[in-house]
Design a protein around this ligand. Structure first.
Ligand SMILES: [Cu+2]
Length: 271
């Protein structure tokens, strides 16, 4: 459950708190005014403002009040956007802010550790893997990860149907670089609570006819690697800290056509 860390938990709690405060204030205000400012039944009242139904009495306009209830919510939204920044950095691949160091050299391990200070996992280095989404399934590629237990791609049976499987190692951090061969998909790594949109990538199709999607190329060592630096390929990416030994599903959470609901893969984290 890498996603469920104090960093995210605190943000969640703070959002819930503000929702209660704003909701409570608004509803109390609303009910108070609805009940307080009303005439009793059959009461004679002096219509000195000549109020007409459906016409707002202009003389009750309160500019200060109007500015206040525009500015205060605006400040609250800016504040909430700012406190969301840190947790978002921990999910998206801002590599410096990621807390996962640089890409691991060959044979190097991440050493995923819990940082009480940061309220999240940190690591010494990370591994890059490639995920391609298509209607309706997932392709994985371990790229240059040559140590087999760090990353392995295979097939699994999910609910009686064959699906791709990705096997990762506990205690390692992966940067998943992702592209879609057709429409927008959104992989949801269920147990990690990680979800990210994957957009159509020109390179997710084999145009140059080498039998591989153009985002990949065959290196001299016979491994696949990204065909250009990450920034140039225009792919989305997301952090995957594999903290627990477990099996869980990768699902698609962006409706992408007839078999969207069956667009699954198996993620396996082994020790
Ligand atoms: Cu999809």
């Amino acid at each position: 459950m890498a996603g469920i860390t104090p960093l995210f938990d605190n943000l969640w709690n703070e959002y819930i708190l503000w929702s209660f405060l704003v909701g409570g204030f608004t509803f109390i205000w609303l009910y108070h005014h609805s009940l307080w400012y009303r005439s009793d039944e059959d009461e004679e009242w002096d219509n000195k403002d000549a109020i007409e139904v459906g016409v707002f009495p202009k003389e009750y306009d309160n500019f200060k009040l109007e500015v206040t209830w525009t500015v205060i919510p605006f400040l609250l939204i800016v504040y909430l956007a700012l406190i969301s920044w840190g947790p978002l950095d921990a999910v998206w691949d801002s590599t410096e802010a990621g807390g996962y160091g640089d890409e691991c050299a060959d044979g190097e391990y991440s050493n995923l550790t819990w940082s009480q200070n940061d309220g999240r996992y940190i690591a010494e280095c990370y591994h890059v893997i490639y995920i391609e989404a298509y209607q309706w399934g997932w392709n994985f590629d371990c790229l240059t990860l040559s140590v087999p237990d760090l990353c392995e791609v295979g097939t699994a049976i999910v609910d009686g149907t064959p699906a791709a499987s990705l096997s990762l190692k506990q205690g390692e951090v992966y940067l998943a670089v992702m592209g879609s061969a057709d429409v927008t998909h959104a992989p949801w790594f269920v147990s990690w609570g990680v979800k990210e949109d994957v957009l159509y990538s020109q390179g997710a199709v084999d145009r140059n006819g080498d039998g591989l999607s153009d985002n990949l190329m065959l290196t001299q060592n016979g491994e696949y690697d990204l065909s250009a630096p990450l920034g140039e390929l225009g792919l989305t990416s997301v952090w995957l800290p594999a903290d627990n030994v477990e099996d869980f599903l990768l699902l698609c959470t962006e409706y992408c056509g007839d078999n969207h609901a069956y667009m699954v893969a198996l993620i396996n984290v082994h020790s």
